[in-house]
Design a binder for this molecule. Structure first.
Ligand code: NAD
Ligand code: TYD
Length: 340
């Protein structure tokens, strides 16, 4: 089986590459990644001898066609994306190029060269948000698309295109929409790794608004297991929501991280809220549970301990990132919010 993983040098794609290398030693695994600011070859270091890595852009049609011609992938799992909401608010264009047009190029290659399965890794953010005072409401696969940020709009556009390629060209596709992931190799611009890194460096922890927004946290390995099931056993043309009942407010998470690291709550700094900030995400995973037997195995209170331990044991991985160019971005993002 030839498996092409795009965006495999990023957070979830990297974890998925590790997972698949270990689970399917006889698979021929090819990782394509542009190595943007978010891509890090060190994430792939432990499996580099078991994969073929190609530095390329999913939106570069010639390069992608060449790769398909040479590698003949049977399964394509597309993680490659611009993934940070705050960056999309600052500058949306690259989000449309990579997330939408890149997806189109990959699917055109799939049509041209033939594949068994194209899997699109999407997000629960395509459903918009839920109110804070209605804990009975959850996103199902039937929830209408209703996006808030340029990031979520670009991901939703890609999803619609994937469904159109299935209906129009019979492309054998599946889509998964997951909630917020956390775990090893998470780039320290996202909530959990940013707060861990700042706490360890005794820097302020910038909480947007009042910290009351709710996310439904999914340990990254549980996500990898779900995608493995979908690409091998999921029904063509279907959408599967992945997540499940690990809802936490941002402030709960920040306080939990401080507690685990034995750092004072005085590091918490409330800063200007994100524009269009989604209030609550919460997934109903009934479909993937009933059809494929998947359920999240890691409870948040266990997963956060494992995650904090990973960041303590792998300081060199993230300390290299929090330097140079990244710091310039960091200053630009937070200077106007009043936290540095
Ligand atoms: P990430 O930002 O950590 O990694 C993205 C990877 O894609 C990086 O390695 C980057 O170099 C690569 N990339 C970017 N543009 C590319 C291009 N044009 N061509 C090839 N490679 C390119 O993202 P992540 O958190 O691992 O997310 C992976 C996927 O999962 C994304 O599609 C994202 O929308 C989706 N998702 C993420 C979360 C989450 O909580 N992190 C939740 C829901 C959905
Ligand atoms: P993030 O990790 O960016 O994921 P997403 O926006 O895709 O859910 O943010 C998670 C939540 O944490 C979100 O409600 C915004 C909030 N947040 C902060 O309060 N401070 C921060 O510095 C960051 C990056 C996020």
């Amino acid at each position: 089986m030839n498996l092409l993983i795009t965006g495999g040098a990023g957070f979830i794609g990297g974890n998925f590459t590790h997972y698949m290398v270990n689970k399917y030693p006889d698979y021929n695994i090819i990782v394509l990644d542009k190595l943007t600011y978010a891509g890090n070859l060190e994430t792939l270091e432990p499996v580099m001898n078991n994969i073929k890595f190609i530095k390329s852009d999913i939106a570069d049609r010639d390069a992608v066609y060449r790769l398909f011609e040479e590698e003949k992938p049977d399964i394509v799992v597309n993680f490659a994306a611009e993934s940070h909401v705050d960056r999309s608010i600052d500058d949306p264009e690259i989000f449309l190029i990579t997330n939408m047009l890149g997806t189109q190029v990959l699917m055109d290659a799939c049509r041209k060269y033939g594949i068994k399965r194209y899997h699109q890794v999407s997000t629960d953010e395509v459903y918009g948000d839920l109110p804070l005072d209605r804990p009975d409401l959850f996103f199902t696969e039937e929830t209408p698309i209703h996006t808030s940020s340029p990031y979520s709009a670009s991901k939703a556009s890609a999803d619609l295109l994937v469904q159109a390629y299935h209906r129009t060209y019979n492309l054998p596709v599946t889509i998964s929409r997951c909630s917020n992931n956390y775990g090893p190799y998470h780039f320290p611009e996202k909530l959990i790794p940013l707060m861990i890194a700042n706490a360890l460096n005794d820097k302020p922890l910038p909480v947007y608004g009042k910290g009351e927004n709710v996310r439904d946290w999914l340990y990254v390995e549980d996500h990898c297991k779900a995608i493995d099931l979908i690409i091998h056993k999921g029904r063509e043309g279907e959408v599967y929501n992945i997540g499940g009942h690990n809802e936490k407010t941002n402030i709960y998470i920040v306080k939990k991280i401080l507690e685990l690291l034995n750092k004072p709550e005085s590091l918490i700094t409330y800063v200007t809220d994100r524009k269009g900030h989604d209030l609550r995400y919460a997934i109903d995973p009934t479909k993937i549970h009933n059809e494929l037997g998947w359920e999240p195995e890691t409870k948040f209170d266990d997963g956060i301990v494992k995650t904090v331990e990973w960041y303590l044991a792998n300081k060199s991985w993230w300390e290299k990132i929090i330097s140079g160019e990244y710091m310039e971005y960091y200053k630009k993002m937070y200077i106007n919010r009043g936290s540095i």
